[in-house]
Design a protein around this ligand. Structure first.
Ligand code: NAD
Length: 364
């Protein structure tokens, strides 16, 4: 198989974790005889420094032409005081909108060997295996933003929250389809008791459910969902929710797995196979450049890329199994280590995964 991947390392730990994911993709390519061509480009803070914008038109165009996009992370304190439209994070919104990436998939699987690193009790998190499906191109983050002065002369801000039925319908379908090949349960999360957009959300999801009678549907208010995720996360299979709730709940859910450094994501469009893959974490400026970052979230994102964009199920599973084996063997980056455990650096972790891939392919 011959494929072109646009690689956007970004800022902070982005380039460090991307380097390890590329090592892993290269190894998979050589083990299975695929050819992955990488086209590197600059986004986020680095693009602001070099080109004065977080995302160039030509970068977006390159991404549209590619078979898939792999992104590290963007942002950092250096750019924190810039006006809203010039923040590095605008690159993410521009990519999502420009590529039509309306569905964000964030799996949360609690890997047995690192269950101790979660701050939540072992019996609560052990065996958790859920998928957050987040709507990614609507809602508050994309609504009109305004600053003005109130009648009393006070500074005020307005963020507009709009959803239409098509946007809800297509994300609901993604959730029901995903549930069909999992444990066949969808929990739809909204704030229908307060928000009109929440009431539309609930109506449309209920209507779409008529086509998926083999899947169980439950509705849950977002405040309850935030609580249930910590109280009894094993009740969930697929959670589907709007943009901002999904942003917050998926970060909360990531703590079930012990570290955000283990959390991959896929953002998919209507166009078959097109997607962008990135770790859930940010640019972690506090540890950037120190070789301490956990590259597993990005490596697992690369596995999702192979599965969802290229249909390479076996290769994706080989990577996911390699991650489990390496964790089973007790290898830990700093974010996963409990006291007394020795700590492995970013590059070394990538190397362990590559070695594990070679070993398991040979024994297949
Ligand atoms: P963050 O995810 O970067 O870091 C939160 C904490 O988790 C930090 O203590 C960090 O050291 C740790 N951490 C994150 N990833 C890790 C990894 N792979 N290995 C080990 N530890 C890891 O979130 P933040 O500190 O709120 O944000 C930092 C910057 O990243 C900000 O500019 C923010 O806007 C940006 N950000 C970008 C994205 C993205 O690019 N998708 C997502 C979230 C935040």
């Amino acid at each position: 198989m011959q494929k072109k991947i646009v690689v956007l390392p970004g800022d902070g730990i982005g380039p460090e974790v991307i380097a390890e994911a590329i090592k892993v993709l290269d190894e998979v390519a050589s083990l299975y005889g695929h050819q992955f061509e990488y086209e590197y480009d600059t986004v986020g803070g680095k693009a602001l420094d070099e080109f004065g914008v977080p995302l160039r038109e030509e970068t977006l165009e390159r991404c549209k032409q590619a078979d898939a996009v792999l992104l590290g992370a963007v942002g950092g304190p250096k750019w924190d005081t810039l006006p809203g439209h010039l923040r590095p994070e605008m690159a993410l919104l521009g990519l999502r909108k420009g590529l039509g990436l309306f569905a964000n998939l964030r799996p949360v699987e609690v890997f047995g060997p690192v269950v101790e690193t979660s701050t939540i009790k072992k019996e609560v998190v052990e065996g958790v295996d859920l998928l957050v499906v987040r709507e990614l191109t609507g809602g508050l983050y994309f609504g009109k933003k305004e600053r003005s002065t109130s009648a009393e002369g006070l500074d005020q801000a307005i963020d507009e929250l709009i959803y239409n039925e098509h946007e809800v319908e297509r994300i609901a379908k993604v959730a029901f389809e995903a549930a069909r090949v999992r444990r066949k349960k969808v929990t739809s999360i909204d704030k229908a008791n307060v928000l009109e957009s929440g009431r539309l959300w609930r109506e449309v999801v209920t209507k779409v459910h008529q086509q998926y009678q083999d899947v169980e549907l439950e509705h849950m208010l977002v405040d309850n969902a935030a609580m249930q995720l910590i109280r009894n996360p094993k009740q969930f299979d697929v959670l589907v929710t709007e943009n901002m709730f999904g942003d917050i709940l998926s970060d909360e859910a990531s703590m079930l797995a012990g570290s955000i450094g283990l959390m991959p994501s896929a953002s998919l469009s209507d166009e078959a196979g097109k997607g962008m893959y990135e770790p859930v974490h940010g640019s972690a400026p506090d540890i950037a450049g120190q070789g301490k970052a956990n590259p597993l979230a990005t490596i697992l994102s690369a596995a999702m890329l192979l599965r969802y964009s290229f249909g390479l199920q076996e290769e994706a599973t080989l990577i996911e199994d390699a991650v489990k084996s390496v964790l089973d063997a007790g290898v830990r980056t700093g974010d996963l280590a409990t006291s007394g455990e020795s700590i492995t650096g970013t590059e070394q972790m990538g190397e362990y995964i590559v070695q594990e891939l070679r070993k398991s392919k040979v024994t297949q």
